[in-house]
Design a binder for this molecule. Sequence first.
Ligand code: SR1
Ligand code: MG
Length: 414
Amino acid sequence: FAGFEPLNAKTLPQRLGQLPALLDTAGGPAENWQVREVGDGNLNLVFIVEGSAGTVIVKQALPYVRLVGDSWPLPLKRSFFEHKALTRQEERDPGSVPRILHFDGEQAIIVMEFLTPHVILRRAFIDGRQMPRASRDLGLFLARTLFRGSDLAMPPRERKEELAVFADNVELCDITENLVFSDPYFDAKLNRHTSPELDGIVAQLRADRDVKVEAQVMKHLFANKNETLLHGDLHTGSVMVTETETRVIDPEFAFYGPMAFDVGVLLSNFWMSYFSQSGHGERGAMQAYLLNGVDEIWTTFRAEFSRLWRGERNGILYQRTLFEDQGDHLGSEQALSRVLAEIWTDALGFAGCEMHRRILGLAHNADFETIDDSAVRARCETKALKLGRQLLVGRRHIHSVSEVNDLAEQLEKE
Ligand code: SR1
Ligand code: MG
């Protein structure tokens, strides 16, 4: 990474102070900027830069995994993929991501709009705050980005070129392939579970042949089904919200993969939040909101995906020539139902793996981690682990959100 220099709060004004994009928004002079490093994610530096006229976010990738240290190198090019994915997402679902003000590939820097008074969706859920727009907006985001990045909508040459570009995001895919689909299911070096009370169920899961086989089926799909441009890490920490607005951030894991992955990861994080609520207090209303939220994400996704199917299906898949152009509207609807059913089933499998890895693997969720009492935390996590198994192994026999929500409610009563 010759020439790469990590920023710090002191050097930032002098290094970026001449950029018109920053000066226009933050206002000069740069030496008066207030700069704070606020990154609390696993990988990058994030600065809030406050000037006389306004505030911007400066995000810089580091050449290693921040959570682990420089013993785990990670290429800076992830910043390029994040920038490109943000650009595509803005094209496909306008207004759904932060506005980009400047990009520097060599220094792995993205300068973007400071979102205020937005909060991280996961934080809102931990605090017991219901965010009325989030589920609907996320359902729309999923449908629009996943449909419009696929062979259902894109000219085939363009899609194949994009696929080839994102195929180089191999190191970030490698993280997911190991951390999500393999590590939770054996005694991997990086694994940690923070409640010793889980030892029993962890041993059970790792001895469960069906779980291991199905997790590998999901990994096979993740690695080989290059269907559309995914966000790649769409958990509730990648979403910023107000009461009236939703923005999706941090798509550095973007690559061409199965539509169901983004859907499953997002739903899984709602279900995990559901199970974590009792560790934070008396949260019956919040739990009802979260299950309803899952329903709203899926219902919105299905409706918007269907609208796009009927109106924007101009790609090489399920061509109109074979269906509508011959008056066979029922054929087109049959194909749509089949595609949606497959997304649903696969999403449940991905959701199961995501639940397991966030409790047993390296990267945990604050939803559970912020529950101080280890016995209480373990009770919440156990329910999520059980639901995860049920989804992963039983996904082909679960046909609706209400079936999963019922299962979640039964586990919650145990
Ligand atoms: C080593 S990175 C661990 C996790 O952090 C990111 O947010 C992704 O979820 C990744 O799996
Ligand atoms: Mg992230």
